[in-house]
Design a protein around this ligand. Sequence first.
Ligand code: ASC
Length: 151
Amino acid sequence: MKALVALTLAATALTLCAPASAQFAKPEDAIKYRQSALFVMGQHFGRIGAMANGRAPFDAKVAQDNADIVAEMAKLPWAGFGAGTDKGAQTKALPDIWTEQAKFKDHATKLEAESVKLAAAAKTGNLDNLKTAFGATAASCKACHDSFRAK
Ligand code: ASC
């Protein structure tokens, strides 16, 4: 009985102290999670891009709905980049992510901030505002990809 209590306490302590990556059962799941979050974000971002670049007619409501999703999705991928998730499934994530954590985090924070601004711009209903914010957000996607994603 004592052993069981000790074991339970140890397991609980481990769970509480576990790094973020431990929210996933295995590295493969974390990789799949971050790729999925980035994919969904990219789909919604692309719909805004189509309007910003004149490939689709501007619809303020559609822009707003998609920008809100982008801003929400932008929060998610980072939990999937925990320690030990540099391999385990096919990934373009470069090892520098785990050796230059501060720089990687700066990019993540920047994207989150730009996507909040994108959502605010979409709410104005003005296409020029949307174009400007789309450009800034896309630049933050690209900056991180240039440094941390394999070609
Ligand atoms: C997108 C998308 C990205 C970024 C990037 C910007 O629409 O899916 O990854 O924009 O291409 O340069």
